[in-house]
Design a binder for this molecule. Structure first.
Ligand SMILES: Cc1cc2ncn([C@H]3O[C@H](COP(=O)(O)O)[C@@H](O)[C@H]3O)c2cc1C
Ligand SMILES: O=C(O)c1cccnc1
Length: 347
């Protein structure tokens, strides 16, 4: 896991400055395109080109099971993880539709669904048959953590080899909002009650039970919260570890990342705690309806592009934000300047 210590690439300051200057010359009042200007400038710096682009998008969806599902913390049965992997492979899930709409490459990686699956289009890089129950034990051992992190790094490597302009990670794993919420509580100054939400649709009683399970998880592992990799190893899961590895490697390669929702952001929190320089490379796509997401967004000090009450995961919210990034780039690259259009500047 030594590769985790390599810092992220530095964004290209000259391109950031050039893109900033260009925005002031386009035929509009300065700042009138708000966040679209900011994100185009940011992408220019990250991609090291004056004309940023989001043509080639690579989406890697990581699937795994969680031992903590045994505690009854999800509104859906654990078998749905594997069933949804089949759905991904047959093209019927939300992320399949969105990937087709935006012309993205979509790959599915089994990092530890409970029962192994085989399919010609499934990438199998399994760290185990689901994690252990984090309310009782560490979710994974060190070897499993290393395998899961590497599965994510390999996905970022494939995206980079395919000359992707943007990397998106998605996840599928019944009970993973419990793991993600525990990670939020371990790494942020947030109370369990404020961070816990319905996930796939728990009712009030279900939420009260989930809060109690998360309290047990935190009490079990509390003495290790100063070490982000220990937090990840103990609280799980394999897919969150894979996304952590993918984000860190993408930042090391200089590949911009569009972060999805609540669960992906838990991986982002681990990643920036392991390697703070990764933060430059993480763009937030949307605010999840899961209440705890707010606290991670505050920690990342960014304004997500969208707020649509999404609470699906799979990378779906990030995929939905891609057309917006494309419009930001098109405006930046193709608007006329005041000089080109013979339009008078500000008085
Ligand atoms: C059919 C179905 C498709 C999904 N796609 C993503 N998730 C999302 O819901 C799960 C987390 O919620 P919880 O912690 O409550 O189990 C994850 O698998 C996440 O990706 C789904 C959930 C379901 C039921
Ligand atoms: O925001 C998410 O990523 C999310 C929220 C609830 C359930 N699954 C995913």
């Amino acid at each position: 896991m030594e590769w985790l210590n390599t810092p992220a690439q530095a964004p290209n300051a000259a391109m950031t400055a050039a893109a900033h200057l260009r925005q002031t010359q386009l035929t509009k009042p300065a700042g009138a395109l708000g966040e679209l200007e900011a994100v185009a400038i940011r992408l220019a710096g990250l991609q090291g080109r004056e004309q940023p682009r989001v043509d080639n998008v690579h989406i890697s969806v990581f699937a795994a099971d969680h031992g903590v599902a045994d505690e009854g913390v999800s509104a859906f049965p654990q078998a749905v993880t594997a069933q949804m992997v089949h759905n991904f492979l047959n093209g019927g899930a939300a992320i399949n539709v969105l990937a087709r709409e935006i012309g993205a490459t979509l790959e599915i990686i089994d990092v530890g669904v409970k029962t192994p699956l085989t399919h010609p289009n499934l990438i199998s890089q399994r760290a185990g048959n689901g994690t252990a129950n984090s309310a009782l034990d560490a979710a994974m051992n060190t070897a499993q953590l290393s395998l899961a992190l590497q599965a994510g790094a390999d996905a970022a490597d494939r995206a980079n080899a395919a000359a992707a302009d943007l990397f998106i990670a998605g996840e599928m794993g019944i009970a993973n909002t419990t793991a993600a919420t525990a990670i939020y509580c371990a790494l942020l100054d947030v109370a369990i009650l404020d961070a816990t939400g319905p996930g796939t649709g728990l009712d009030r009683d279900g939420m009260v039970h989930k809060v109690n399970v998360i309290r047990r998880i935190l009490n079990q592992h509390r003495s290790h919260f100063d070490d982000p990799l220990e937090v990840l190893r103990r609280l799980g899961g394999f897919e969150i570890a894979a996304i952590t590895g993918a984000y860190i490697r993408a930042a090391q390669l200089g590949l911009p990342v569009l972060v999805d929702g609540f669960i992906s952001t838990a991986a982002a929190l681990i990643a920036i705690n392991v390697q703070p320089s990764v933060a430059d490379w993480l763009l937030l796509s949307h605010t999840s309806a899961e209440p705890g997401h707010f606290f991670a967004i505050a920690e990342l000090q960014q304004r997500p592009l969208l707020d649509l009450n999404l609470r699906l995961g799979e990378g779906s919210g990030a995929a939905v934000a891609v057309p917006l990034l494309r419009m930001a780039c098109a405006l930046h690259n193709h608007m006329a300047t005041f000089a080109e259009a013979a339009v008078a500047g500000k008085l």
